[in-house]
Structures are given as structure tokens and as C-alpha cells.
Design a protein around this ligand. Structure first.
Ligand code: FE2
Length: 262
């Protein structure tokens, strides 16, 4: 099945992702080999190191797609941005500096790794009022979430979604992070898997591996739910959080019924 990746650093010369065109095209080939058809490019913005405003990203995406076409690499790249939650976020949104994911209602937000920002709920609430759906990038890598995953619940109640990183789930960052990632999937505190790919070697795409792991651990319905949600984001259609939890619960009941009969 074809896959969509909603979080990547494939664009060259923007951040700590692809260093140049050669690296970007090598990443594109890897994405295609992994079964990915569409990648949303999400350069870091306002994370204290990199500033990449919307218009510059759009331009780079156009150039990237031209290069892909010239090199016969069957991959589509769409514009996005990984936006650090910062003081001027709402003002910059108004100024047209920020991009949602592929022009949809979904917006990729990054928290610092050490803590949940004090104004996180307030910013998310305001974005929801404006019609956006904030998607928190890799909450499993946030120290406060790691020590208490329930901290995400109040954000989810505002209408926020979560994105777990493929490598976290596949175990590349250690078994502790893998367990936490799986727990967030189970508790419906994350809703989509994405690569957060930075290169071909250390931070690769690896979506198929993560999906295979999820399939093994939580079953095909759960895995489909996660894959469908990435498609919903690109199509700008609604994601119903917990959709899979209901299927999952139902499936357990069916198994319970059969085991009683047996
Ligand atoms: Fe990222």
C-alpha cells in the first residue's frame, strides 16, 4: 500500500536535514524505495536555530519537484513547516509566514524536548478557534510527556492530534522510547506516524518498518487507521480520533465471545 509521510526534512539548504541537492535526491530515492508516494517537506521554523518562513518553503518545494521530475524519481513533495511553539506564532500566522501541512487544516507544531510550553494549551486553543488542527510532532520525545503521558490528554481534548516518529516506534532510539511510543498509540494520544527523516543514514524514512511493527503489536485495523490518517491530512479531510480504539475494543469483544464458546 502506498504511504504518505507528513513530516520530513528533505528540502536542501533549509535546516539540519538534506545538506544539498544530491542529499535531497538520495533521500527522495529512499522514500520511494520505502513505499512512500508523497512527502510533506516540513523545515524547522523558529526553533531557535532555523527560520524558514512560508514563501521560501513554497519556492524550494517547486524546485524540488522539478528536480525529481528531471531525475525520474516518482515522488511528490508538498509544502509544510515544523513550527516551534513560540511567542509570535499567532502574529506570524496572521502575517502569512506560517504554513499548514499541504495547505490543509492540519498544522505541525514542535515543543521543546525538555518541557511542554506554558502557553501550549492557549496557542492550540486559538488555532482550533481559527479552524486549524494542531498536530504535535513526536510528543514521545518530550521529557514531560515521557514522565506522564496523561499530560497530553488535556491537549487532545482541545482538538489537538499527535504524530509519533517512525524510528521511535521501530526501536531505533531504544526500547524505552519504543514502549512509550506504543503506549501513546494504544491510548490514542498519537494519531499518525511520520518519518521526521533528516538523511539516509541516521534519521531515515523507515515508515514501512514502523508500520510493520504496529501491525504486529496492535493489528491490521490499528495500522490502517494510522495510515489512513496521513491520507486524511493531505486530503484535508477529518480525522476522527479514537476511530481505531472503537474497532480495537470491538475486536477484543469478538475474541472474548469466541474464547467463551471454545
Ligand atoms: Fe522534524
Amino acid at each position: 500500500m502506498h504511504m504518505i509521510d507528513i513530516h520530513s526534512h528533505i528540502l536542501p539548504f533549509m535546516d539540519d536535514g538534506a545538506a544539498d541537492w544530491e542529499a535531497a535526491l538520495a533521500m527522495a530515492k529512499d522514500a520511494h524505495a520505502d513505499g512512500i508516494t508523497t512527502v510533506i517537506a516540513t523545515p524547522h521554523h523558529a526553533n531557535g536555530q532555523y527560520m524558514n518562513s512560508g514563501p521560501g518553503i513554497r519556492q524550494a518545494v517547486e524546485l524540488m519537484n522539478e528536480r525529481l521530475h528531471q531525475n525520474n524519481i516518482p515522488l511528490q513533495v508538498l509544502p509544510g513547516q515544523e513550527i516551534r511553539v513560540y511567542g509570535d506564532l499567532l502574529y506570524d500566522l496572521e502575517q502569512g509566514e506560517l504554513l499548514s501541512l499541504a495547505g490543509s487544516r492540519y498544522m505541525l507544531l514542535e515543543m521543546p524536548s525538555s518541557r511542554i510550553p506554558r502557553n501550549m494549551a492557549e496557542v492550540c486553543h486559538e488555532l482550533v478557534i481559527q479552524g486549524f488542527v494542531p498536530v504535535i510532532a513526536h510528543p514521545e520525545r518530550n521529557a514531560e510527556v515521557a514522565s506522564d503521558p496523561s499530560r497530553l490528554e488535556s491537549l487532545m481534548e482541545l482538538g489537538v492530534l499527535g504524530q509519533v516518529t517512525a524510528q521511535s516506534l521501530a526501536g531505533a532510539f531504544g526500547s524505552k522510547l519504543q514502549k512509550l511510543s506504543l503506549e501513546l498509540c494504544r491510548r490514542n494520544l498519537v494519531h499518525v506516524i511520520a518519518s521526521d527523516a533528516h538523511d539516509c543514514a541516521h534519521r531515515p524514512f523507515g515508515l514501512s518498518e514502523a508500520h510493520a511493527f504496529l501491525d504486529k503489536e496492535l493489528g491490521a485495523e490499528a495500522n490502517d487507521y494510522f495510515r489512513r490518517n496521513a491520507q486524511h491530512i493531505v486530503a484535508n479531510s477529518a480525522i476522527i480520533p479514537g476511530d481505531y480504539t472503537r474497532v480495537h475494543t470491538k475486536r477484543h469483544k469478538i475474541f472474548g465471545f469466541f474464547s467463551r464458546k471454545g
